[in-house]
Structure formats: structure tokens, C-alpha cells
Design a binder for this molecule. Structure first.
Ligand code: PLP
Length: 398
């Protein structure tokens, strides 16, 4: 086996390449029809009412935080076992990030820890929650919504790892990640290691029309062309006096937004990728089942045993003995496993804000042993066997 095996990678087909080239030859490179097309098909895929395409997942988080009006000093709870952007979006708006520990069985934000925080502070102290569908495992948002209702909190679901993932609610219904049933807003990323690749790209989904309209404005500098919400007069705008319509050129910048748009050729790639999303998901679940089987009775490794319904397997995580030894041994054999994640609260930036080792014991314990194995739809069976054999070799078992 000579080809390096990464922990994740994109799958670009001839068809993907063709739609990008076609878009490059069209009238629009950006702000054209491919954006709405991608938004509509994505909303249909996750079963949400609205979708807003943006330049990346971090921009999606930032716009969500802005649209919920996070102010300086507002406290928001999230997990430390995530990519830093899940927390940073609160800091962009001047809010305070409060990390709560994970459940060591699911690796997800522990609702009991969140409840403890909420109960130990006066009502109104916390403004919102940002649970993360870490590794592709869907958070039970029905439970979080009940808690959020009690404390008047909003929820942003960070679904970057979980397009197509779902949990089963108390009525036995499948609730797709990002469907807007329980979270106010959900976000996705189209970075090449994620399920759907646009190069860079992101999406916000919601069922809330007001938030949707706000997001559209914030994505483009805070500018609107919708006449019905203009604030200045027709006379000022330069319309004919006595006329009831604004001149065609007129637009208003009503609040401070950003340029967080996606281009048309990225959106075209996204739509094309989305057509194969279910196929990719099936492949990921198959690979996960093979890993499950390979490591189920091994002493050196602890995983999440049994079939986890609705898991989207962005990552396949094991907790292992001698993680450093295994990681280096795999690297020597061109198998590039990865670590997800270094707990966010212990990044120097968050230490500077007061976080210390020992603050979140489960997350820190998880970090000592976790390793993400190669997991992507084009990973061949023989490549996966090569990975499994090397892990077994390292621990001298067969
Ligand atoms: C990738 C990722 C992000 C950020 O997405 P970008 O598109 O890279 O900005 C945010 N949260 C999680 C959990 C992610 O995995």
C-alpha cells in the first residue's frame, strides 16, 4: 500500500467538475441562480424550511450569533470537544463562552452538566446553547429544547459533522440534524473533510422566517433591496415626487453586516455533491460497522459499542492505550489518523479568559486517549483492512 491514507478526504467526480466548468462559463460567478438552487436542495435534504448559503461554517456561526443579537457579556454554553469556531462565534459578538463537560459515553454536551449550570445561576444569566453533533452523532435536541424553554434560551445546532444524521424523538420520529424542529438555527460546513465539499462553504438552516430574513441581510453587508422594509423616504431615494415606488437602483444598508457570500461555482459543486450525500453516508456507516466489529473485543481500545441509529460518521473515534505510540506508528505507515479535539477551553486563548486544567474532567480524560481513524466514502475495504491490521500489529494482537 503506497498511497497515504488520510483521516478524511473529499470525493470529486467528473460530473462535479463539469457543473463547475459550466457555471464558470455562465453569466454569474457569484450572486446568480446556483445559490438558490443549492439552498433549496439543501433545505429539502435536511427537511428545514429555509437555508442560507455562506462562505464557510465559521461565517455561518458568526451570522447566527449576530442574528440572535448576542451582546457583550451574554453567556452562552457549548462543549469543549469541538472545533474552536463553535465557541469563537460568541466571542466575535463580545459574549462569554461557558464550556460544559461532555458525556463520556456519547462524547456530546452533557445535558445534566448544562442543567447544573442553569440551576446554579439566576434565571436570565444564560442566553443560549450551542450543542454540537460531534463526529456525526446527533444531539437529542428534543431534550435540549425542553431545557431551553424552561430558561428562555435559544439553540444553535452545530451540525458540521452531521448532514443526514438524525436522532429518534420521544414519539418515535426521526429528527434530521438541522431540520429546525428544536433548534432555532443550525449550521453546516462544506470544507473538503466534511461530507459535502465546496472547497470552502457553509449553510445555515432554520424554520424561523424572521431569522431567515435577517440572515440574508447580514450575509450581504446588512443591505436590502426589499422595498417594503425601506426606512428612508421615496423623495430622498430620488423617486419622482408623488410617486409610490422607489427607483430601481435604490437599496439600503440597514445594519452592519459582512460579505459572507458563497460563489455560484461553489454552490454548483455543492448541489452536485449533495446528490451523492446519501450514498456517501451509507458507505460511512458500512465502514463504521467494520471498525466496530474489528475492535469490539479488543482490550486496547474503547469505542462507542453497538449500532448508533442516525450517526453520520464524519469521524470514527476510538479511545486507546498509548495513543501517541499508535499515532506515530500509523504515520510511519502513511496512515494519517487525527485527534479531535484538543479541548477548546484549554487553548491558550481560552486559558487567558480563565479556564484551567481540571475544569472539565470528562473532556480532558477523553482527549488523553482519543484518535480518529480514516473515515471517508472512497476508503476502500482493503485500505481499511490495512488500517485495522496495523492497529492490531501495534498492540501485537491479531
Ligand atoms: C468544520 C467545522 C466548523 C467550521 O467550518 P469551516 O467551514 O471550516 O469554517 C465549525 N464547527 C465544527 C464542529 C466543524 O467541524
Amino acid at each position: 500500500m503506497n498511497q497515504p491514507i488520510p483521516y478524511g478526504r473529499q470525493n470529486i467526480t467528473e460530473e462535479d467538475i463539469e457543473v463547475v466548468i459550466e457555471t464558470l462559463k455562465s453569466d454569474y460567478l457569484t450572486q446568480g441562480p446556483k445559490i438558490a438552487e443549492f439552498e433549496e436542495s439543501f433545505a429539502a435534504y435536511v427537511d428545514s424550511r429555509y437555508a442560507v448559503a455562506v462562505s464557510n461554517g465559521t461565517a455561518a456561526l458568526h451570522l447566527c450569533a449576530m442574528s440572535l443579537n448576542i451582546q457583550s457579556g451574554d453567556k452562552v454554553i457549548t462543549t469543549p470537544i469541538t472545533f474552536a469556531a463553535s465557541a469563537n462565534c460568541i466571542r466575535y459578538c463580545g459574549g462569554e463562552v461557558v464550556f460544559a463537560d461532555i458525556n463520556p459515553e456519547t462524547y456530546l454536551l452533557d445535558i445534566d452538566k448544562v442543567r447544573d449550570l442553569l440551576e446554579s445561576a439566576p434565571k436570565g444569566t444564560y442566553k443560549g446553547l450551542i450543542p454540537v453533533d460531534f463526529a456525526g452523532r446527533a444531539v437529542n435536541l428534543e431534550e435540549f429544547r425542553n431545557l431551553a424553554e424552561e430558561y428562555n434560551l435559544w439553540i444553535i445546532e452545530d451540525s458540521c459533522h452531521a448532514p443526514g444524521g438524525y436522532f429518534v424523538d420521544s414519539n418515535g420520529n426521526k429528527q434530521l440534524c438541522g431540520n429546525g424542529q428544536f433548534a432555532d438555527l443550525a449550521i453546516f460546513s462544506f470544507h473538503p473533510v466534511k461530507h459535502i465539499a465546496c472547497g470552502e462553504g457553509g449553510m445555515i438552516t432554520t424554520n424561523d422566517k424572521k431569522l431567515y430574513e435577517k440572515l440574508l441581510k447580514l450575509r450581504t453587508h446588512g443591505i436590502t433591496k426589499s422595498e417594503e422594509i425601506f426606512e428612508n423616504s421615496i423623495e430622498f431615494a430620488g423617486g419622482a415626487s408623488g410617486n409610490s415606488t422607489f427607483p430601481n437602483w435604490y437599496m439600503e444598508m440597514q445594519e452592519l453586516g459582512y460579505n459572507y457570500r458563497l460563489t455560484d461555482f461553489q454552490a454548483a459543486l455543492g448541489t452536485s455533491q449533495l446528490k451523492r450525500a446519501d450514498e456517501g453516508l451509507e458507505k460511512r456507516r458500512m465502514l463504521a460497522a467494520r471498525y466496530d466489529q474489528a475492535f469490539a473485543d479488543k482490550k486496547f481500545a474503547k469505542g462507542q459499542s453497538g449500532v448508533i441509529e442516525g450517526h453520520a460518521y464524519h469521524l470514527y473515534v476510538l479511545e486507546v492505550d498509548d495513543r501517541l505510540g499508535l499515532y506515530n506508528y500509523l504515520r510511519e505507515n502513511k496512515i494519517f489518523a487525527q485527534i479531535h479535539y484538543i479541548p477548546c477551553h484549554l487553548m491558550p486563548y481560552y486559558r487567558e479568559l480563565g479556564w484551567r486544567e481540571g475544569d472539565l474532567a470528562q473532556s480532558e480524560e477523553y482527549y488523553r486517549n482519543c484518535i480518529s481513524l480514516p473515515m471517508y466514502p472512497t476508503l476502500e475495504k482493503n485500505e481499511q483492512d490495512f488500517v485495522i491490521d496495523h492497529i492490531n500489529n501495534f498492540y501485537e494482537v491479531d
